[in-house]
Design a protein around this ligand. Structure first.
Ligand code: ATP
Ligand code: MG
Length: 408
């Protein structure tokens, strides 16, 4: 045999069992998004690399070391998208969506690519479902996204803590930045090499560093909320009031920042207890539309890490609602008719292609996670019935083909 290929490092296959869990996560989130009026947009996986440099920020980890960049045949520099917001904003501007209605609620789903060191819950191709709201400055929009975050966690029975913070605007952020920089100078001997560099270019990023010694060093860093201007303070206060009114559980983390530069005011994360990392993350980006060439448009959004949510789920609820029809003896044509009539009723039905006697067939049904076995042999053919076995309870009964019981 020739030497077999392997998928590239960090690129994973989602095989049938996981893909079922993937669909469950995706369907739950899409249902919640649609119930809040969000509409899907399908965006390209490839964009000009510039788009990400300008939106996510030159000095972020994503742009500095995590992008898959390549030249096309004409020498244009393209990138596999590392996240969805930049593309959504690009599309919003390109299609002048603001001319259609005063504000938009959009969502997207698909693969993202980051050249990271692969480890548990961290891949080079992973999937996000993201929601974006364009054209609202109201804290009600922030509160709604956080409420939806909580709904997603609840519906999937995932235990995670929602942390929120406000990181201010153009007016007040520079004051905070200055205070933070002064603080960081004082603890710089405890910072990792990356952070010593980050500190000069974008000190807020130091707060987001995952290295333990950096986390310790910034434990007493100044809090963003102590530097907010009156407008930002009000915005944050009203957001918290709305969240309390909607009974959303959250904790304030005055040192929460995000790894992308475009955020303003509200930022939030759902941190999983099990994985000790963010499974859903988002915030406001009030200047991004303008910075990418559109009209000034307040906006906000969040992104769900699908693989990270999947890692939270148990296997329960993953049994397939599948009928395995087992033709025995010379009853194949009859078995096919029964299979087709079950499908007409809306059931998922597979005809067993396994060869062998009943015992082997039932073992096979078990192996593939079927819920029911439908046994069809010559007795069944002569009698005009089939034998239905519930594989969970072991209960077995005869069903007249075409009878009311057969019709379900
Ligand atoms: P982290 O701090 O874990 O690197 P991030 O701040 O880079 O995350 P975002 O850019 O905010 O993450 O992406 C939103 C969500 O996408 C994250 O909360 C996480 O659930 C998921 N995510 C990010 N990077 C990866 C990855 N390499 N593999 C799998 N999921 C990821
Ligand atoms: Mg990251």
């Amino acid at each position: 045999m020739a030497e077999a290929f392997q998928s590239p490092r960090g690129f994973h296959d989602i095989l049938a069992d996981d893909s079922r869990r993937f669909r469950r996560v995706s369907a739950t989130i899409r249902r919640i998004l649609e119930s809040h009026g969000f509409e899907e947009i399908v965006l390209p996986v490839v964009e000009f690399a510039d788009l990400f440099q300008r939106s996510i920020g030159e000095n972020t980890d994503i742009v500095q070391k995590e992008m898959f960049i390549f030249k096309d045949r004409k020498g244009r520099i393209l990138a596999l998208r590392p996240e969805g917001t930049a593309g959504a904003v690009r599309a919003y501007i390109q299609h002048r969506l603001w001319t259609q209605r005063p504000y938009h609620r959009l969502f997207y789903e698909g693969p993202m690519f980051r050249y990271e060191r692969p480890q548990a819950g961290r891949y080079r191709q992973f999937h996000q479902i993201g929601a974006e709201v364009f054209g609202s400055e109201s804290p009600a929009a922030d509160a709604e996204l956080i409420l939806m975050t909580e709904k997603i966690l609840k519906e999937l029975s995932i235990s995670a803590e929602i942390q929120i913070n406000s990181i201010g605007c153009r007016k007040c952020r520079p004051l905070y930045r200055k205070a933070l920089l002064e603080f960081l100078e004082g603890v710089s001997s405890n910072l990792c090499r990356d952070c010593i560099e980050r500190k000069e270019k974008n000190p807020l990023r130091v707060l987001d560093c995952k290295v333990d010694s950096c986390q310790e060093a910034v434990a007493n860093a100044p809090a963003t909320v102590d530097f907010l201007c009156d407008e930002c303070k009000d915005h944050y206060k009203i957001l918290r009031e709305y969240l309390r009114e909607s009974k959303v559980k959250f904790v304030e983390n005055p040192r929460l920042v995000r790894g992308l530069d475009y955020y303003t005011r509200t930022v939030f994360e759902a941190i999983s207890k099990k994985q000790e990392t963010a499974v859903i993350a988002g915030g406001r980006y009030d200047y991004l539309v303008e910075e990418l060439g559109g009209p000034p448009t307040p906006a906000l959004g969040f992104a769900v890490g699908v693989e990270r949510l999947m890692a939270e789920l148990g296997k329960e609820g993953d049994q397939r609602h599948l009928y395995l029809v087992i033709p025995l003896g010379d009853a194949l044509a009859y078995a096919l008719r029964i299979a087709e009539s079950l499908r007409k009723r809306g059931e998922a039905v597979e005809i067993s292609l396994r060869r062998g006697g009943l015992k082997k067939q039932l073992e096979f049904a078990d192996r593939i996670g079927a819920s029911y076995a439908v046994m069809v042999g010559e007795d069944e053919l002569r009698g005009g019935y089939y034998t239905l076995k519930d594989l969970k309870t072991g209960e077995q009964k005869r069903i007249e083909f075409g009878s009311s019981e057969d019709e379900g």
